[in-house]
Design a protein around this ligand. Structure first.
Ligand SMILES: Cc1cc2nc3c(=O)[nH]c(=O)nc-3n(C[C@H](O)[C@H](O)[C@H](O)COP(=O)(O)OP(=O)(O)OC[C@H]3O[C@@H](n4cnc5c(N)ncnc54)[C@H](O)[C@@H]3O)c2cc1C
Length: 479
């Protein structure tokens, strides 16, 4: 633990004093409900410092302050508060998912966390609780057909304003434009956080009884966690599209397949991972493949794809509900029944294909579209059936999905008690949100992780603080 670093403080700055909110010496002094810190008075240290003003941090601060109104709570945010919430969901903010209410099913949407999050995590505060919280605080929500939940305004500002107004109303000190650059623990067990401003020489040190690290995927957040004794699972991107080598695919850009079954095959990945096969909608883009199926595969295979430098194979079954033999039978039947029709214009509706894709298939077989079904060679029919059932695409890189991504990796879940979000390495240290090695597929699951983790961490600190406050008051009375 470094000595109390007075010498590093800028002369113009008020030196932050030790956090005393719950020590015996303060039992006769009053602790302001609204921290003076924000007004620059520094009369009392915030006792909970939340590092990171994203979804997890702000939600946690509100919860802690609600449970323990006398607790000094400050959220230190290096950029703008809730900036990801603002841009999320294309500016609409996909708050949570309304189709996966039950914890087991919900947890399956987290490639990192699917086993650990099956327990009490979502039971404590799941999507329904999140929805209720926002509705109770004036944000009306709607659930779309695919389960994604948005504010009825279709504007993420509703969510941002609600959270910030509530935090301010409760007296949470919101410190924007300041980054926590390092953290340590003093001999008395309190945290010492170094706070810097990017835009000036500002350096300050603040003490805290409790610290919540909710820094998302920021490198600085990982290094704070490491300084406080945690290991970090190397971060890699998740939720991306696949770049495909086949230039001919560009002809199909914009075509959507309502349901395909796609299997990701990666060199060196020997074990059969059931999640590396996904069924659902797929979209062809100018550079490759996208849509829910591809995004889910990118998430489940995030680490392996990173290892393979985003090279691999994708085997797509375009008619997953029809057996290969039935596909052949349907094609041969069609040939018999539509002998006089041109293959370009008419094809079996059972496959649910769009005309552009059917013509694309014919081109792959070098078939003239003006050919009549009667003269369609049987080997070509077999080849088309095979392509429909297992078309192999070469993945050559990763693309971006509407700028949306999430990071796999961070603080291992095993180093945190999920019932409290407290560190198993350092008492009174908490984690929530994407800083942990938890990430979900698209659909509102990543925010749900942030809300749930934030809520649990806020509950823990709020409860600890009010309990400790009570016992102090009791010991004061006895003196
Ligand atoms: C473009 C985009 C769209 C998305 N859309 C959705 C969506 O619609 N639905 C969904 O569920 N998920 C979505 N996600 C994912 C979701 O935004 C994240 O999973 C979620 O924001 C994580 O919340 P968090 O609070 O853990 O981290 P963040 O929201 O990343 O917040 C962390 C905060 O900590 C701050 N910080 C970091 N280090 C420090 C430091 N040292 N000192 C002070 N502050 C620090 C950062 O500036 C940041 O504001 C989207 C992601 C992106 C990039």
């Amino acid at each position: 633990m470094p000595p109390w670093p007075q010498c590093l403080l800028q002369p113009t700055l008020t030196t932050a004093r030790r956090a005393t909110a719950f020590s015996r010496t303060t039992c006769l002094s009053s602790i302001p409900a609204s921290p003076a810190y924000e007004q620059g008075q520094h009369e009392e240290e915030p006792s909970l410092v939340v590092v990171g003003g994203g979804a997890a941090g702000v939600y946690a601060s509100i919860r802690a302050k609600t449970l323990a109104p006398r607790l000094n709570v400050a959220v230190v945010e290096k950029g703008r508060f809730l900036s990801k919430v603002k841009i999320s969901g294309g500016g609409r903010c996909n708050v949570t998912n309304g189709h996966h209410i039950e914890p087991m099913g919900l947890a399956r949407n987290y490639p990192r966390g699917d086993k650990e999050l099956r327990g009490s995590f979502f039971t404590t505060h799941g999507p329904q609780d999140t929805m209720r919280w926002f509705t109770d605080h004036g944000v009306d929500l709607k659930t779309e057909d695919d389960g994604r939940v948005f504010p009825v305004t279709d504007n993420s500002a509703s969510v941002v304003d609600c959270l910030l107004n509530e935090a301010r109303r409760l007296g949470v000190s919101l410190q924007a434009g300041k980054a926590v650059s390092s953290a340590s623990v003093a001999q008395d067990g309190k945290f010492v956080l170094k706070v810097e401003k990017r835009t000036s020489d500002f350096v300050d040190y603040i003490n805290a009884n409790y610290v919540l690290v909710a820094t998302g995927s920021s490198q600085q957040g990982y290094s704070i966690a490491a300084q406080l004794g945690h290991s970090i699972i190397a971060p890699v991107p998740s939720l991306f599209t696949f770049k495909i080598a086949d230039k001919r695919l560009a002809d199909l850009a914009g075509v959507t397949f309502p349901i395909v079954k796609a299997k990701l095959k990666l060199d060196g990945v020997q074990k059969s991972v059931p999640e590396l096969t996904q069924t659902g909608p797929m979209l062809v883009t100018h550079w490759g493949l996208s849509g829910p199926v591809v995004l889910r595969l990118s998430a489940w295979g995030a680490r392996e794809l990173h290892q393979c430098n985003y090279q691999g194979k994708l085997v797509v079954d375009f008619v997953p509900d029809i057996h290969i033999e039935d596909v052949k039978r349907i094609l041969f039947q069609y040939k018999d029944q539509h002998a006089k029709h041109k293959v370009n214009n008419t094809f079996p509706t059972e496959f649910g294909l769009v005309k552009r894709f059917w013509r694309f298939l014919l081109e792959q077989e070098s078939l003239n579209g003006d050919t009549h079904w009667a003269s369609m060679p049987n080997n070509h029919l077999n080849a088309i059936a095979l392509r429909l059932k297992q078309w192999m695409f070469e993945i050559v890189g990763k693309g971006q999905f509407k700028d949306e991504f999430v990071t796999a990796g961070g603080v291992p879940i095993s180093e945190v008690s999920l019932g409290t979000m407290e560190s198993k390495k350092q008492p009174n240290l908490f984690f929530a949100g994407e800083v942990l090695n938890v990430d979900g597929v698209t659909g509102g699951f990543n925010f749900q992780n942030a809300w749930t983790g934030g809520y649990i961490a806020g509950t823990s600190v709020g409860t600890l603080a009010s309990t400790s406050n009570l016992s102090e008051q009791q010991s004061c009375l006895q003196l």
